[in-house]
Design a protein around this ligand. Structure first.
Ligand SMILES: Cc1ncc(COP(=O)(O)O)c(C=O)c1O
Length: 456
């Protein structure tokens, strides 16, 4: 019998319900969430600068297009059946067809009708995130191979769910295949415990773009392992940012579905970054089979379907307006990226700063010179959060706190048991999507001041 009922002033106070190990893990906020909540609680609109959140640029969201699309959808109940009702767990047939047509029409990743006809497309209940979450339920818990730095939001969830991470360091061209081979070899008999491989093709936090040669090499390494273990190890390519390549110098990227001999490659995509996150449209493409079948059931369990109305809106936009929308979005990010890259090259590089990013997505991942740190409590962090304790640094002449700038420290992006712990302490991610270019440039001026302050 549990003897933990507490009597207090005549009232019975019951203890909290018992939680699963996942529930218990969720009671401790992830360090990044804790940091962002702390920043948000003191954030002064129009003064402080938020380069921490990965929101898309409001300017890129096509409000009128979405309004128009909704009008068309509701005016055509023959094509867009029961758009305000429940949808089916595989996703709207219109949207699935639109995604299929879109990939073929624009030859996305080199995908053709022949290849896509052998694959299945399903829509997740709530963006790419919900598909990634679904996978964690479907696969047997074990080891997940991923990159370092890692997509901290999903990997934090994986760990809370009971998965173990094995991280492989990346450089500016993505995860390094030779290191993947070494890490796999070091697992020895534990190779059999690998649940799946998860790779973000244009990484968050680094903005690194996984080169085509490396995509092929990674698939070939995992193929070899599958043959050795006589089982399929799925490779999930998260392509959240693959349509957000704004530097024309980048070689067109290949989809690994093209050379997937063993039916182990799956791609997760989203319309969040190129249309609007609030549509919550994420999709999974890959060989039909038990995994996708289970994912469909998972969608039903998680909420029946992605809201049908947003799926139909997305379908309409894909059918009629996607090309100019993608161009518009990428143009906006390009303008910002060119200005920021120039600033870093001219002002920060001479101070010893190196960086990754600027060709795709809206992230830069910067590395400060040795001896300077970015983690909470470091000199740099105190400077940017105006908490050095030195009034001349923290406050303006009128006594008001100078603008604070939020960023994601690298120590929270690298795996604490991985190879990049030391360098991670002097790295940080900035997202240049949420703030206007003026504000981002102002923030970079403060980064420069902070580096000079740390050097002093
Ligand atoms: C790598 C990666 N995957 C997935 C997502 C989430 O996509 P969605 O909005 O479709 O859930 C993000 C969002 O920032 C991301 O960075």
């Amino acid at each position: 019998m549990r003897n933990n009922i507490i009597f207090k002033g005549g009232n019975v106070q019951l203890v909290d319900p018992e939680l699963s190990s996942y529930g218990a893990a969720c009671n401790i906020p992830a360090p990044i969430n804790r940091m962002m909540v702390k920043f948000a609680s003191t954030f002064r609109d129009g003064v402080d600068i938020n380069l921490g959140v990965g929101y898309v640029d409001e300017e890129t969201i096509p409000r009128d297009l979405i309004k128009n699309a909704m009008t068309h959808v509701l005016a055509d109940p023959v094509k867009y059946r029961v758009a305000l009702n429940y949808g089916g767990p595989k996703g709207s047939p219109n949207l699935i067809q639109s995604l299929y047509d879109f990939h073929i029409k624009y030859n996305i990743g080199g995908l053709t009708k022949d290849i896509l006809d052998k694959k299945q497309i399903i829509i997740g209940p709530n963006g790419a995130t919900s598909l990634l979450e679904g996978m964690a339920h479907i696969f047997k818990k074990g080891i997940v191979i991923t990159s370092d730095p890692k997509y901290f939001i999903y990997t934090s969830f994986l760990e809370r769910s009971g998965y173990e991470l094995l991280t492989v360091p990346e450089d500016c061209h993505g995860i390094q295949p030779e290191l993947l081979e070494k890490k796999l070899a070091s697992l020895g008999p534990r190779q059999d415990e690998i649940s799946f491989v998860y790779i973000v093709t244009i990484n968050n936090p680094t903005g690194s773009i996984l080169k085509n040669e490396r995509r092929r090499k990674i698939v070939s390494i995992v193929n070899k392992l599958c043959r050795k273990l006589n089982k399929k190890i799925p490779i999930i390519f998260d392509k959240a940012y693959e349509l957000l390549i704004h530097d024309p110098a980048v070689t067109p990227l290949e989809s690994s579905l093209i050379y997937d001999e063993l039916d182990i490659v799956y791609e997760v995509g989203t319309l969040s970054k190129i249309v609007a996150p609030s549509l919550r449209v994420g999709y999974l493409m890959g060989p039909p089979g038990k995994f996708i079948q289970a994912m469909v059931q998972r969608t039903s369990d998680a909420g029946f379907s992605c809201p049908l109305i947003t799926q139909e809106i997305a379908s309409y936009i894909l059918d009629y307006h996607i090309s100019e929308q993608i161009k518009k979005v990428n143009h906006g990010y390009r303008v910002k990226a060119v200005a920021i890259s120039r600033y870093i090259d001219e002002q920060l590089k001479p101070l010893g700063v190196t960086y990754c990013g600027g060709q795709a997505t809206f992230y830069y991942y910067l590395t400060l010179p040795e001896g300077m740190h970015t983690y909470e409590g470091s000199r740099f962090y105190h400077f940017m959060s105006r908490s050095t304790g030195d009034r001349s640094v923290d406050c303006a002449d009128n006594g008001e706190k100078k603008p604070m700038v939020s960023y994601i420290p690298g120590n929270l992006c690298v795996h604490p048991k991985g190879d990049l712990v030391e360098i991670g302490k002097r790295q940080f991610r900035i997202a240049y999507s949420y703030e206007s270019l003026d504000k981002v440039e102002e923030a970079f001026g403060y980064f420069k001041e902070a580096i000079l302050y740390c050097k002093a």
